[in-house]
Write a protein that binds this ligand. Sequence first.
Ligand code: MF3
Ligand code: CO
Ligand code: CO
Length: 266
Amino acid sequence: MDHLSGSVSKNLMSIIIKTAAEIEKMRVAGKLTAEVLEMIAEYVVPGVTTNELNQICHDYIVDVQKAIPAPLNYRGFPKSICTSVNQQVCHGIPSDKKLKAGDIVNVDITVIKDGYHGDSSKMFAVGTVSQYAQRLMSVTREAMFLGIEQVKPGCTLGDIGHAIQTHAENNRYSVVQEYCGHGIGKSFHEDPQVLHYGKPNTGVRLEAGMIITIEPMLNMGKRHVKVLGDAWTVITKDRSLSAQWEHTVLVTPTGYDILTLRQEEL
Ligand code: MF3
Ligand code: CO
Ligand code: CO
């Protein structure tokens, strides 16, 4: 098995069904992850650098939460969070470049607490953004929730991907195919791979006790992406804007439970 930070690869499946005790730990990790995204919101303003956002999140996770920022040194990633701005699709590396009014930025937080991971991301508008950027962010968030709403025992990963892809394409956006959601638990990236496109009633069937992330990336232009020379930052090939939202989701006996839900989403 080889999950390169959520990139799509072929592999034999071994999906871990979490015990009640593990689910409790995943709830704690998920809540901490949500709290980092709540905490950072007020700092995402014109003039802040993504390195400053990285430092604030790092200190909060380490000093306040007594937890570990999973991205730091993960397969060589150099920072504690991912910040992906405008045409950056995912895995953006925080830098000394300032955010400016009109930018859209994804902040992706992964916290390890007591050995278990929570993983969630959201888009922020920096100052006032264009209506088309706002629409891309909103539709991407809706797509994530339409995917999440599919989740229950017996549903397939294809059902999730199809719901997301249909909403994206109905709004004339494209879905990135090279990166995907994933199982999550003691490891950052576990089986299965959760594609954000697909056909109903195909692929792995979900069972209660599985925990997955759903994290669609939608582009205003074509779906194609490339990785920059820093070996991490993924951008759209056509330089069109991209947006992503992510939650960690538990499959329950009757449906789903979002482990990284924020107050603003209740
Ligand atoms: N948080 C990302 C995900 O949702 C993975 C980031 S890998 C890193 O799967 F190394 F860039 F942090
Ligand atoms: Co993830
Ligand atoms: Co993430």
